[in-house]
Design a protein around this ligand. Structure first.
Ligand code: SF4
Length: 366
């Protein structure tokens, strides 16, 4: 058995750690490229969401590289994401690929457990006792690595905005994530993480106070830098700290329903969004609105709203935000991702937005 999984930011480090520690063979999906995107585009129709096309492309490339078992994260209605696993499976079969499929449920309930039990029936026969025995530690290792990755990414986003040479921070982050990925024991993992944090703190900083924006929007687009044209990094280079609530661990904690504090916070978010939305539109729509309200309340300088061109919930959120922005007196930049996106276009948009934020901060415009 050779498993593969989708590409989503640094999530591959988590998946790889579990597979390696449990002794399961895997194929790392290739970094998302134009070819990946084109495979997805040519094999689906134009109304299909961009994330589905990219994930499909990732899987095709991984199957070409020898994978035979696909592990996909599932979800539920009302958004189209709830159908991703079924659609991708059908498209891949139509394309003539031979593979086994395993859905990791988006919400861990009894029904999901039964489906998972059924899907893993054949796969379990290929695993040895040693694989099973190592599995709890493998999950722990993956979880720890993911937490380190996210902590380092958040720290890098803060330091990058203040650094005299932001490129240095990018290299440090890359280098530290590599070390986290390679760490084979808990102690080497924590050593790699701490060294990364120390390196960030040693960076030479400028005196200009950084701006702070909240990044809201569609989960996949927010978390995968190759899709969002590295908005977080680009803003960091312009002196802006980017904060976001969507991390892979957030969604695992949400799905497991064990983190009561997080669930309470999400419920509170939905209540807050009620000021503009009287029902749950689906996916992250209401959260994009709620996080914008939160950003305004907490004195953020602006909000960047990132979403794919044909994303139904986030197009709804965009309409609401066009009213909420002036109402809450907070600038909102919609970054709509589609096929034609070029780095230059994004740079122009971001630079103009950051100018506006600085002028507002200096009191030159209201
Ligand atoms: S949130 Fe948007 S992009 Fe994601 S599945 Fe739903 S419609 Fe598609």
């Amino acid at each position: 058995m050779k498993v593969t999984f989708p590409h989503l930011g640094s999530m591959y480090i988590f998946c790889k750690a579990i597979a390696e520690t449990a002794g399961i063979e895997y194929v790392l999906p290739r970094p998302t490229s134009n070819r990946t995107r084109e495979i997805g585009e040519y094999s689906t129709n134009e109304s299909v969401c961009l994330p589905l096309k990219i994930i499909l492309g990732n899987f095709v490339e991984a199957l070409e590289d020898g994978a035979d078992t696909i592990i996909m994260v599932g979800s539920g209605p009302p958004c189209r994401l709830g159908l991703y696993d079924r659609i991708i499976k059908i498209v891949l079969k139509d394309m003539g690929h031979d593979f086994r499929w395993l859905t990791i449920p988006g919400i861990f309930n009894w029904q999901a457990f039964m489906q998972n039990h059924e899907e893993t029936k054949e796969l379990r026969k290929e695993l040895s006792f040693a694989n099973f025995a190592k599995f709890p530690f493998a999950i722990l290792m993956g979880w720890k690595k993911m937490n380190w990755c996210e902590h380092l990414e958040k720290t890098a986003a803060r330091i990058r905005a203040m650094a005299i040479r932001p490129n240095e921070v990018d290299h440090m982050l890359e280098h530290t994530l590599e070390a986290i990925d390679k760490a084979g024991t808990m102690s080497s993992l924590s050593k790699a993480g701490k060294e990364g944090l120390e390196a960030f703190e040693s960076v030479e900083k400028n005196k200009r106070p950084p701006l702070k924006v909240m990044m809201v929007g569609e989960v996949y687009t927010i978390m995968e830098p190759s899709i969002n044209m590295d908005v977080e990094k680009r803003l960091g280079h312009l002196g802006v700290i980017v904060e976001r609530s969507s991390y892979f661990s957030t969604h695992i904690r949400k799905g497991s329903r064990l983190d009561r504090k997080l669930l309470k916070k999400r419920k509170q978010f939905l209540d807050n969004a009620g000021r503009y939305l009287k029902y749950d539109v689906g996916a992250e729509c209401n959260f994009s609105v709620a996080e914008t309200i939160q950003a305004a309340d907490e004195g953020y300088d602006g909000v960047v709203h990132v979403y794919p061109f044909s994303c139904m919930p986030e197009n709804n959120a965009a309409s609401v935000l066009s009213i909420a922005g002036p109402d809450l007196n907070i600038p909102i930049l919609p970054v709509v991702i589609d096929r034609q996106d070029m780095g230059l276009r994004i740079d122009t948009q971001l630079e103009a937005f950051v100018d506006v934020l600085r002028w507002r901060k200096q009191g030159q415009i209201l």
